[in-house]
Design a protein around this ligand. Structure first.
Ligand SMILES: [Zn+2]
Length: 389
């Protein structure tokens, strides 16, 4: 804990140091010129801070080239600390162990039955974290923090999983407290859409961008909003609920209690219902995508219509936030242009031209790993604020 007077030389230095560290932590590696641009600090200040961080062993500096000119790239030292990501999905549990230099050292995923109790789920997560730390060769005391993803909203005040969570039997569970107690490590919790956004921002299709929206279409429909390099959560933690934009006030009743929400047209349950009659047997969203790619006309139509409706939500988002890029995640993203083209058409039709002009709509590049990598990034993003490295 710093006892510096705010505004004093040393507290200013401390704040500048933290800005440089945060920029490098989130980018993985940056040249000194990029750090100066990203933080607004002068080249001389950045140079001094980098020298200091190098002498303390916090960062490593390597010669590289940038635009044909010699440059020095700065990244965090690999042994500066270990971060752990745990992602509870609708059908899987995935854990990753990484270092602050953005290397994933160990990663594993196993199926998770949606009916599993919270206690069984945490038992398995605890064992998997211990096993992967062993595999990576690091003791538990090297872990700076754990990022935990859950497929539902977290109540900001209480830390409890909200009632509309996708995992039945987990309502009212305090996932962060539960895992922190078991592992004796600090745990940061967030929902899957926010973590998908962070994952793509730091490791995937959003690298180098400070403003983007990640839209996850699965059982539910949610979005993670990155504004100025930070996830925007809102005071109650519910920002980004794009799935509950009203498209038709006389439409089907939604799990939120309203009618005609976007989710009631494009959530996987609704899409699968449309196809049940003509496709007997077990259908899943990824199977629908596969059939569409093989030319099944019904599946192609359902995916195209979903794209148009998602595009209406994206157009609204675009008018409000003007993101540079919208990244589509979840199983539907695997459909590629079958879903992306209708999304782009709707954006062109419904968004104001000045907001749509600079927007690109792309699929995520991390697939099912987006959330667990986002959980690693969550720890990196939060650690400076608690006085850590
Ligand atoms: Zn709704």
């Amino acid at each position: 804990m710093s006892t510096d007077t705010p505004g004093s030389q040393s507290s200013l230095h401390r704040a500048n140091l933290e800005r440089v560290l945060r920029a490098v932590r989130m980018a993985g590696s940056l040249t000194q010129a990029e750090i100066a641009r990203g933080t607004g600090l002068s080249a001389a200040t950045v140079s001094n801070i980098v020298r200091e961080l190098k002498e303390s062993g916090t960062v490593v500096v390597a010669d590289t080239s940038s635009g044909g000119r010699r440059a020095r790239s700065v990244s965090l030292s690999g042994d500066a600390g270990i971060v752990v990501g745990v992602d509870f999905g609708h059908t899987h549990l995935r854990v990753a162990v990484g270092n602050l230099a953005h290397r994933v050292l160990a990663e594993e995923s196993e199926p998770l039955d949606v009916d599993v109790s919270a206690q069984q789920g945490f038992d398995r997560a605890e064992r998997m974290v211990e096993r992967l730390l062993g595999q990576a060769g690091f003791p538990a005391d090297k872990v700076i923090g754990v990022g935990l993803g859950v497929p539902g909203p977290i109540d900001v005040e209480t830390g409890a999983l909200g009632s509309s969570a996708i995992l039945p039997g987990w309502t009212g569970v305090m996932p962060g407290q539960e895992l922190a107690g078991r592992l004796s490590m600090p745990v940061h919790v967030d929902n899957d859409a926010n973590l998908g956004a962070l994952g793509e921002l730091v490791w995937g299709a959003g690298r180098g961008l400070g403003d983007l929206a990640y839209i996850k279409v699965a059982s539910g429909v949610g979005s993670g909003l990155v504004i100025n390099n930070q996830i925007y959560r809102g005071p109650g933690g519910t920002a980004g609920e794009i799935g509950h934009i009203t498209l038709d006030e006389a439409g089907p009743v939604c799990r939120c209690g309203n009618r005609g929400c976007l989710e009631t047209f494009v959530g996987s349950r609704y899409l699968l219902n449309l196809l049940n009659a003509n496709h007997p047997g077990e259908l899943s969203l990824s199977k629908v995508v596969r059939l569409a790619q093989q030319g099944d006309l019904g599946c192609r139509r359902v995916i195209a219509d979903a794209g148009r409706q998602i595009g209406m939500g994206v157009a609204t988002l675009c008018n409000l936030l003007n993101p540079r890029r919208v990244i589509l995640g979840g199983d539907l993203a695997e459909a590629g242009d079958l879903v992306l083209s209708p999304i782009r058409d709707s954006v062109a039709r419904y968004a104001i031209p000045s907001a749509a002009r600079q927007l690109s709509v792309v699929p995520g590049t991390l697939g099912g790993r987006a959330e667990v990598l986002g959980a690693l990034a969550l720890v990196m993003s939060e650690m400076g604020e608690t006085g850590g490295l």
